[in-house]
Design a binder for this molecule. Structure first.
Ligand SMILES: [Mn+2]
Length: 311
């Protein structure tokens, strides 16, 4: 049994199939990990999703920002009452994935599949952590899966729509701020408990939301952070261009990884698959930007299989 990991596919199903053929991937024996963003912008999102769903006992993918955007659009669409409003909404969306998936007879299954994917996956036998964007410099290696589970629970619950409609925010940008807000709220709750008319639930939900937003952003949107480790979401350049703005790639600030740990991430096409930290592996080589799709065998990581983009 071999285990491979593929970078951001973005609906480039042709290139993805080429890679599977190149390594003679065996669906009965081998195992595949994916850095997420399996859809978004690319030509064959439904084929890609179908393949992942059909082979889900051999493939693990984490959620990327594009999957979350799709789920958010889906949540808004299904909350709309009138068919004409729904149609108008689909027509005005820049991303065409939602409209394409809704044409499928089992679209509900596809959305349920995505709603049950993790943000972080940990392979204990290899000490390998897989996420879309990386590991927040404010977190320890072994904390990631726990934070991921907090969001997974919400995505699978009846609070899905609530979270989707409140998820998109660049704030809070630091875990320290999240923890401070929680501490303050706990103090507040103690005071509020003496007042029978106080809305404890409301305060808790606001604080909870901030925590969930940070977790989602760190796992799916992070590239740069400031010197205080807070996350910055505007800059999408390569690491060199950002130095003059006092921004640092998250992996330069992440000091909580031991030599036995490995992190694999995608998301940051401008890195062109190059991360200078030895046991942190960048896998997005920008297939969707006319770059290439990259796959590694996780047990001999130095060998990269590459399919040049041809769409
Ligand atoms: Mn991404």
């Amino acid at each position: 049994m071999r285990t491979f990991c593929v970078g951001d596919i973005h609906g480039c199903f042709t290139e993805f199939s080429e890679l599977l053929n190149a390594v003679k991937f065996n669906m009965q024996e081998d195992f595949l990990l994916s850095t997420g963003d399996i859809i978004g912008r690319g030509p064959r999102p439904v084929d890609t999703l179908r393949f992942f769903i059909k082979n889900q006992n051999r493939i693990v993918t984490v959620l990327g920002n594009h999957e979350l955007s799709l789920l958010r659009n889906y949540s808004i669409w299904r909350s709309m009452a009138s068919p004409s409003t729904k149609e108008e909404f689909l027509k005005n969306l820049k991303a065409k994935e939602l409209a394409l998936i809704l044409k499928e007879p089992d679209s509900e299954n596809i959305f349920n599949y995505l709603r049950s994917r993790p943000l972080a996956y940990f392979d204990q036998s290899r000490n390998l952590l897989l996420t879309h964007a990386g590991l927040s410099p404010e977190w320890k290696f072994d904390e990631a899966v726990g934070y991921s589970k907090e969001v997974e629970k919400i995505l699978q619950s009846n609070r899905f729509d609530w979270f989707m409609s409140n998820m998109f925010s660049d704030k809070p940008d630091s875990w320290m701020k999240v923890l401070k807000k929680e501490a303050k709220a706990r103090k507040g709750e103690k005071i509020l408990k003496r007042d029978p008319n106080a809305e404890i639930g409301k305060i808790s939900t606001t604080v909870e939301l901030k925590r969930l937003i940070y977790i989602v952003n760190a796992f799916t949107r992070m590239r740069f952070c400031r010197s205080d480790m807070s996350l910055e979401f505007l800059c999408k350049d390569g690491p060199e261009a950002a130095k003059e703005n006092n921004l640092y790639p998250w992996y330069e600030m992440q000091k909580n990884i031991s030599p036995k740990d490995t992190i694999i991430f995608g998301h940051w096409a401008a890195l062109q698959g190059k991360c200078p930290v030895k046991n942190i592996i960048a896998l997005d080589t920008g297939c969707i930007w006319n770059g290439a799709l990259t796959m590694i065998d996780v047990d001999c990581k130095h060998i990269k299989h590459v399919a040049e983009a041809h769409h």
